[in-house]
Design a protein around this ligand. Structure first.
Ligand code: ADP
Length: 388
């Protein structure tokens, strides 16, 4: 028995998973180091039970060493033969899983200006993993890749053409999640999987995707992962005039504007209470209710836009923390959508049942699993390289 490793690096956490190496990789251990910095914490689901441990100082560069030290005892001398990394930005060059050779890593460094808040963290994990696992096949899986086939109308902004040429495009994100959900649709609901799907990934980050025949046609995120839906702390779609106002009238520097739109907005900014949907649903405060109303309204609006870009809708899918667990949000999104053929059964909705629709357009809840998509890509690459 050999293993695949997956690494998913965020701004303050590194999620990891160890899979038994097989054609459809089987999860063996999963976990996360969160709160990277002076008081990092490990959470791990291991074969002998769940582990939580305060780690002290761990940063992005040292996280991989720490993770490997924690999982190594479970390997019992068996080896890791492939490692998959989630990489936020693949630019125009990377639209399928790619071996992370020295040249490729250099090319990915050139994309840092397109994703300055995320790409450097992925790169630091890749470099660390290359040191911890010298000679092991390393594969990059890109969040932008699933959206690579968009038409010009869904790929461009209407600003002078030269910016498009230099890469200012609507890339779209959360592609690994949409890829997984599309594959699950094919497995579980083959009668609709090739139809026109509107998928709502509603986690701390949130976005929507229109999928037809298993391919992305439109995405709500665009140049950055801050566009589209409001999120836990990100603002979502914003008139660029607001940015000009913040710069010219309020004289705010770029880093303060970045903090506003990425970390102080969305559910947190509107509620002035929390970015966590569970907290807002429990709250009696007017601002919390308004935040939820705004959130659901924007999702509904996006369902309409996605359905228009697909020329119809054959299924609606909810996923990620809020999409999978919040009956309240799903009901508020779906109730006014009866005109599209969407309605839901209150009891099934409350129970988070896999299929909750009652109208002509089925409504599904599909738990997402980005790590599985990465592990599958590693399995395919290993088979191809005959290294396993
Ligand atoms: P991330 O994007 O960090 O992976 P998740 O997919 O875990 O985020 O989603 C986190 C969000 O899911 C939070 O807003 C959290 O409140 C929400 N959530 C999780 N469980 C529930 C629940 N039972 N009811 C409502 N919201 C929930």
């Amino acid at each position: 028995m050999t293993f695949y490793f997956t690494l998913n690096t965020g701004s303050s956490s590194v999620k990891f998973a160890l899979y038994k190496a097989m054609e459809e990789p089987e999860l063996f251990i999963s976990g996360c180091i969160e709160r990277l910095g002076p008081s990092a914490r490990l959470k791990m689901q291991a074969p002998d039970g769940d582990i939580q441990q305060e780690l002290g100082q761990v940063d992005h560069a040292s996280a991989v060493v720490t993770i490997f030290a924690k999982v190594e005892p479970y390997l019992k001398g068996r080896s890791v033969v492939g490692i998959g990394h989630r990489i936020v930005h693949g630019g125009n060059a990377f639209y399928k899983p790619t071996e992370l050779t020295t040249n490729v890593v250099e090319e990915l460094e050139q994309l840092v200006p397109l994703a300055p808040l995320h790409q450097p963290y992925s790169l630091s994990t890749i470099r660390a993993a290359k040191q911890v696992f010298p000679g092991v096949l390393q594969i990059g899986c890109f969040d932008t890749a699933f959206h690579a086939g968009h038409t010009f109308s869904n790929d461009a902004f209407a600003i002078p053409r030269r910016f498009y040429e230099e890469g200012v495009r609507r890339y779209g994100f959360h592609g690994l999640s949409f890829d997984y959900i599309s594959s699950e649709m094919r497995r579980e609901y083959p009668h609709v999987a090739d139809g026109r799907l509107v998928i709502a990934h509603l986690g701390n980050g949130a976005s929507m995707c229109a999928v037809e025949n298993g391919r992305s046609v439109n995405a709500s995120t665009s140049f950055s992962a801050v566009d589209g839906l409001p999120m836990g702390t990100r603002c979502g779609r914003l008139d660029p005039g607001v940015m000009l106002y913040l710069m010219q009238e309020k004289k705010l520097p770029a880093d303060e504007i970045e903090a506003i739109i990425y970390r102080q907005s969305g559910l947190l900014g509107l509620s002035e209470e929390s970015s966590d949907m569970r907290v807002l649903e429990q709250s009696d405060a007017l601002f919390a209710k308004q935040a939820i109303n705004y959130y659901c309204y924007q999702i509904r609006r996006e369902v309409g836009a996605m359905a228009a870009s697909l020329k119809g809708i054959d299924a609606l899918v909810f996923s990620a923390g809020i999409g999978e667990n919040s009956a309240h949000v799903r009901a508020k999104v779906c109730e006014p959508l009866e005109f599209l053929g969407i309605s839901i059964d209150p009891e099934k909705n409350k129970a988070n049942a896999p299929e909750i629709g009652t109208g002509p357009v089925p409504v599904f809840i599909i738990p997402t699993n980005e790590e599985q998509v990465i592990a599958r890509a590693v399995a395919q690459a290993c088979t191809k390289a005959r290294q396993c």
